[in-house]
Design a protein around this ligand. Sequence first.
Ligand SMILES: *Cc1c(COP(=O)(O)O)cnc(C)c1O
Length: 379
Amino acid sequence: MKFATKVIHAGIEPDPSTGAIMTPIFQTSTYVQAAPGDHKGYEYARTQNPTRTALETNLAALENGTDAICFSSGLAAQDAVIKLLNPGDEVLSVNDLYGGSYRQMVRVWGPWGLKSRYIDMSDPAVVAGSITAETKMLWIETPTNPMLNIVDIEALCAVARSKDVLTVVDNTFASPYLQNPLDLGADIVLHSATKYIGGHSDVVHGCLITKNAELAQRLRFLQNASGAVPGPQDCFLVLRGIKTLHLRVQRACENAEKIAHFLKGHPAVSKVYWPGFENHPGHAIAKKQMRLFGAMVSFDLVDNSPEAATKVLSGTHLFALAESLGGVESLIGHPASMTHASIPREERLKVGLTDSLVRLSVGVEDADDLIEDLKMALS
Ligand SMILES: *Cc1c(COP(=O)(O)O)cnc(C)c1O
């Protein structure tokens, strides 16, 4: 089955009791048994819920996995992955990891005994040399936020596999429509479905996908035993969002391409970060591992004062000033004061995250209107 068919049909069956074509929201906490142990596969709703099962089956298909395990948020999904490890184990991670992922690893899991190290993963040989006996997991994010750096998933998974290290790819920024890390050798894919998969800025949700039966079983155990499960209404909203995932991401990427080129030619803009440009350092790898170049675009201003950035950020009408990404509506953000405020300024500047850097999550509106909006804000 091809992707556009999977989003609509994978895991989706008409409801057997009524024929309802849409998966019902099974808003129930428990299920009646005919006799002790005689049930229909559903005992208690933390453990199983039919709305969640439909979503998990669908998500597994989208990432070419065998199992998806859903959680109440992307960070709850991460929390389950880290619980595969033991105190003293190390996670080796990209150095421009999503801020919330970094915070959880350092401030929640650090005191418990997790070691975490953050390195530039653009050279797989450097990553190979950085793996020690304590390293048990490679944590990859590509493209990254907000600099849109690209790392080679296939090469890094090969390095990890040769050293018996698990690989986890946070695929949130690409979405399963653009990039499928399990096909490139990853052990676990993580999504914040809050972003492109949900796609309508109306739900917080996370999931893990794998094709390794043992990992699936351990993660399924953690889902139930730790209990950060999503409610059935949230599962329904994610399922509904997925039905247009391919259409939304396709259009958003096309819009982002037009916007990136517009920004590149604008006299007030000094630099545009978008992996589709041939001179982007990760362009060749992005071309190899992604179907399109994504719908996130970051740019810096010639006047690199925070005031200049504030003028642009408050000057748009269609681009809404807000955190998050991946919804149908376009968003504009200021990483230095919003998503990345907890990172020391010197550290930020080292990777190009200046006070005047602006990040766009390009939506599915008309590209001409979006460009007009940016033109006004930049003038
Ligand atoms: C938002 C996000 C997360 C966290 O997901 P939540 O659903 O907000 O918990 C993790 N990784 C990336 C790349 C994200 O953008």
